[in-house]
Design a protein around this ligand. Structure first.
Ligand SMILES: C[S@@+](CC[C@H](N)C(=O)[O-])C[C@H]1O[C@@H](n2cnc3c(N)ncnc32)[C@H](O)[C@@H]1O
Length: 274
């Protein structure tokens, strides 16, 4: 099983560019709520931050824009995404206080006791050994530093009203595909235990939600898309018939005057004690 586990940008979806756009929309979908929690859990301007599994750099960008005096190290294993993030971030008019390094979260080679705050978003769910990743984050955190881990739990992904019945089948096939690659798409519920096992203390846990009545439908359309479902069909995890039915039901749901779309993310935080 590779250290990238169940997320490889070049194979998880049918199109890399579409997948990068989906990741961007997924940041937008939750950012306001997420940022409030980051602040509540101790993030403040001027801190030394490490973001692991930083992908195309969209969270790093958000943090630099909101906290211009932080110094942030983005750790990413995939060379394609390291190149993308370096180019993308250099084009954003950001304070020049960041570095993108190509390393695994399992072994960052960063100095120990160096960071005030660590963010690891939508990464543990893809790793065969998430506890080992938490241990590495604990190693590089300063005593008193905080680490946040954000993940999905595909028992509850997008829920809609009127109900789109076959979404359950789509998520079951997504889970099968990720489990087969060593990931754990239902890790959300396990996060507090994983943080404790990894060496963090004072663990807390929140579920954050995005709702179409609050942020609009468009954000949900952009953060889902067909690139991953099409790949599931291509790889034999989902039938094209079911995907066709979902598309029809989804369109009907949107047409309904009183429709709702809701999605959750699971967030756990812990502290490295002295
Ligand atoms: C679902 S993406 C999330 C990207 C970003 N954190 C976000 O929230 O938009 C998962 C990221 O973790 C990276 N990743 C997977 N295994 C990794 C590892 N062992 N070390 C560092 N990054 C890893 C992937 O390449 C990908 O960029």
């Amino acid at each position: 099983m590779s250290e990238q586990g169940s997320y490889q940008i070049s194979t998880i979806a049918s199109n890399v560019e579409k997948e990068i756009n989906r990741l961007k929309a997924q940041v937008e979908l939750f950012w306001d709520k997420e940022c409030k929690h980051y602040i509540e859990f101790g993030l403040s301007d001027g801190m030394a931050i490490v973001e692991s599994g930083s992908g195309p750099g969209f969270i790093t960008e958000k943090i630099l824009k909101r906290f211009p005096n932080v110094n942030i190290t983005a750790v990413e294993i995939d060379p394609l995404l390291v190149d993308y993030a370096r180019k993308y971030l250099s084009e954003q008019c950001l304070p020049n206080k960041y570095q993108v390094i190509q390393k695994s979260i399992m072994e960052t080679d960063l100095p120990e006791n160096s960071y005030d705050f660590a963010i690891t978003r939508l990464v543990l769910e893809h790793l065969p050994n998430p506890v080992k990743a938490v241990r590495e984050i604990v190693r590089i955190l300063k005593p008193g530093g905080k680490a946040i881990f954000v993940d999905n739990d595909f028992e509850m992904h997008i829920m809609a009203y009127p109900n789109v019945t076959d979404l359950r089948e789509l998520y079951n096939s997504y889970c099968q595909a990720r489990y087969a690659e060593g990931g754990n798409p239902k890790i959300g519920r396990e996060l507090p235990l994983i943080l404790k096992e990894g060496g963090l203390s004072n663990v807390d846990f929140e579920v954050i939600c995005a709702h179409s009545e609050v942020i609009g439908d468009e954000m949900f359309f952009k953060s889902e898309g067909l690139a991953i479902p099409s790949k599931l069909v291509h790889d034999g995890f989902l039938s094209s018939k079911v995907l066709g039915r979902i598309s029809v039901e989804w369109r009907n749901m949107i047409k309904s005057e009183k429709h709702s779309i809701v999605r959750q993310l699971y967030m756990a935080v812990g502290e490295k004690l002295l």
